[in-house]
Design a protein. Sequence first.
Length: 417
Amino acid sequence: MSKRTRTISKFIMKLREAVIRRFPERQLYFRTNGVVRFISISHRTQLMGILALFGVFVWSALTSYSFVFRAEILAAKDVELAKAEKNYNKANEQFDNLKKDIQKSTMALEQRQIYLQQLLEADKSLSSTILPDQEQPTAKNSPSQKNNPESDVISYEAESSDVIGVYQDHKAQLANLEFSIARIEQQQQALAENMISRISRKIDYVENTLKKSGIKSSKLIQLSQNKPSLSMAMGGPFILYSENNDIDLSSNEPFAKLYARHNRLIDLESAMQHIPIGKPAKKYYISSSFGIRKDPFKKKWARHYGIDMAGWWKTPIYASANGTIIKAGRNGAFGNFIEIDHGNGFRSRYGHLSRILVKKGDKVTLEQKIALMGSTGRSTSPHLHYEIWFNGKPINPQKIFKASNNVLKIQRQEYDS
């Protein structure tokens, strides 16, 4: 037998002796009807009873501990759940607010899109600003490029896995919406800038034509402010810049610039509908120009407010634009005389006529025959004395003649920059 085995055997023997010594065999005596009986309780039975009592004691202690601290544990859980619910509600509230802001932005984009579509439908030449293979602009900052989007979207500390999941889901939705809105807005702004450029060139074309005609564009627009546009029939509510939409109304904002430039173009085109661009005679030559000249009778320098268009007797005379006859008859040195009001400050005058074919109040159209050339009144030979007045002042008809092709293109919406 090894030394180790002997040591274990000695330990077991000592432990057994200690148990026997501590728990010696005991007898329990019972006396019944004069008869004495007893039960012997061995040291092993005593030991097992002691162990059973010790187990019951440990179980009771653990149960008491769990019961005592259970309330505190449940209270802590309730606090944690309440905090998580609060954060969840906060996340939902902030998400709803941001969703409303995005809906406002979406509404603004829709109104802008409607306005752009109206412009494209009203002016087909602007559609050339959209190329089929034009590269679509992308948003400046995609969701992956934004600096700390969490601080821009929702800022709160999630305390539970459920709230974190909701937060991440909401954040992803908002990031996608913001990216889509930014992309669409940049596309619209790029289109607006192109349209501004095209409209600006058209305005330059119109203003240069007016300048060649001797007409100030500012005065032309001023006189037409209270008149509806004849060149473009448009209507309906315009909701682009609603108070409910937080849109930049500064002069540098593309849609504000586009709206202003397009309105100016409409005003110019509308006002130019009244310019008398037609030539009142088909066969003629200029026998006396506009401005300072020597009077054919007195041989002194005098002002000549029109031009003299010499031709054959009874050469047909035509209205130089649509309008209303406001004078038709004898008029002193002009002889037989016609005056037409074309609207927006424009009037044309026709003198020395041999015969008048219209009467006061008649409505006439461009190139409608209104008279025959003659030499009535203060005249040396058959010719037409022709004047154009704008805003109470005479302008040189020859300038109108030179610019007539461009003016006619503008009036018919057939021009481009």
